[in-house]
Design a protein around this ligand. Sequence first.
Ligand SMILES: *[C@@H]1O[C@H](CO)[C@@H](O)[C@H](O)[C@H]1NC(C)=O
Ligand SMILES: *[C@@H]1O[C@H](CO)[C@@H](O)[C@H](O)[C@H]1NC(C)=O
Ligand SMILES: *[C@@H]1O[C@H](CO)[C@@H](O)[C@H](O)[C@H]1NC(C)=O
Ligand SMILES: *[C@@H]1O[C@H](CO)[C@@H](O)[C@H](O)[C@H]1NC(C)=O
Length: 285
Amino acid sequence: MLERLRGKRLMFVGDSLNRGQYVSLVCLLQSVIPENAKFMKTFDSLTVFRAEEYNATIEFYWAPFLLESNSDNAIVHRVPDRMIRKGSINKHGRHWKGADIMVFNTYLWWCTGKKMKFLEGGSFDDENKTVVELETEDAYRLAITSMVRWVEKNMDPEKTRVFFTSMSPYHEKSGEWGDEPGGNCYNQTAPIEDPTYWGSGSRKAIMRVIGEVFSESEIPITFLNITQLSEYRKDAHTAIYKKQWSPLTEEQLANPVSYADCVHWCLPGLQDTWNELLFAKLFYP
Ligand SMILES: *[C@@H]1O[C@H](CO)[C@@H](O)[C@H](O)[C@H]1NC(C)=O
Ligand SMILES: *[C@@H]1O[C@H](CO)[C@@H](O)[C@H](O)[C@H]1NC(C)=O
Ligand SMILES: *[C@@H]1O[C@H](CO)[C@@H](O)[C@H](O)[C@H]1NC(C)=O
Ligand SMILES: *[C@@H]1O[C@H](CO)[C@@H](O)[C@H](O)[C@H]1NC(C)=O
């Protein structure tokens, strides 16, 4: 993989699930590089891992909606009322130029259960804003169509590769896999065995939008369809074993189900498999 990346920039762009895949790849590769020949640094939305002797970087750029939004701060992004700016892909896209391999994702941030708000003109902080509301699927289509247009304009299909990772499933309702309701991924130690299992969080309508938009792209976008293989892994989430941003209350501690993270994944773990797929598709397009 490092030889394949020699003299290149590989960039992941998206949300915390894509960051997980980025960290997985860095973990897989960094151990063969001596301490003084590698570094990792964060500059606002961009985190860069560099392998000096290979003149290679693996980077992650935080843009949970790909388009500009009021959730773009890499650290402070828990905004209750999410808002996106229409036609704003270049706001982030100018930081992606020059990458040789791009791996995009975006999904979870669109699943608010409400219509998505798009700002037209002005600033997110304005008191009076012109806001248009779109259904989730339409909003999502608009965003990934913008991404495809950006790719068509900025990536050279002769020299570069573009990947898109499908939605990462979550396991928040034990009833969905036939357990007693009320539980989630907490305390799960075995995968789901039903080969057809598909959780309600992974919207088929979004999968259809992805298929439709990419089939019309003028530049091939390699689709990493990790949804089905990840659906089974109710046992692979970080659950309670993660950094807590605020101290847990006694109530929470007494009921670990209440604070288990059933969205993100442990490393080493499932996301290493996503990277094995990425590796295979880089070598054998
Ligand atoms: C290092 O890689 C960059 C592209 O990421 C390239 O522009 C540059 O020429 C390379 N430098 C050397 C010394 O190979
Ligand atoms: C926002 O709209 C309200 C009601 O129309 C108006 O009173 C207020 O002055 C406006 N604020 C700004 C900053 O334009
Ligand atoms: C976790 O699983 C173990 C073993 O199956 C069980 O004994 C325990 O009661 C479970 N804990 C909770 C809180 O569900
Ligand atoms: C991704 O895989 C799932 C199941 O394996 C399939 O139903 C879906 O159509 C695939 N998505 C696309 C866009 O090809």
